[in-house]
Write a new protein. Structure first.
Length: 85
């Protein structure tokens, strides 16, 4: 399961990067593109940290960062969808 999620979070980040390459090059898309790339790639990077946690409390705390980054990525995807970018 751990290895599967590592693969899936990496694939998700790559798919977001590829998707952002298809967005129109406008002033309004630059900050959104930057933010969504940062948050989506952070999901996988931060998922790896809890796997090295020294305690259950540390695991839970570090996994919380993954949830936050996932939620931020969802926010940016919603903005893109609503703005028809």
């Amino acid at each position: 399961m751990k290895e599967e999620l590592k693969k899936r979070t990496k694939a998700f980040a790559v798919s977001i990067i590829e998707m952002t390459e298809t967005l129109p090059r406008k002033n309004s898309t630059f900050p959104i593109t930057n933010q969504i790339i940062r948050s989506s790639t952070s999901i996988g990077a931060n998922y790896r940290a809890p796997l090295r946690g020294r305690s259950k409390a540390e695991f839970i705390a570090k996994l919380g960062v993954v949830v936050e980054e996932s939620d931020e990525t969802l926010y940016w995807l919603e903005i893109i969808a609503k703005s028809n970018s």
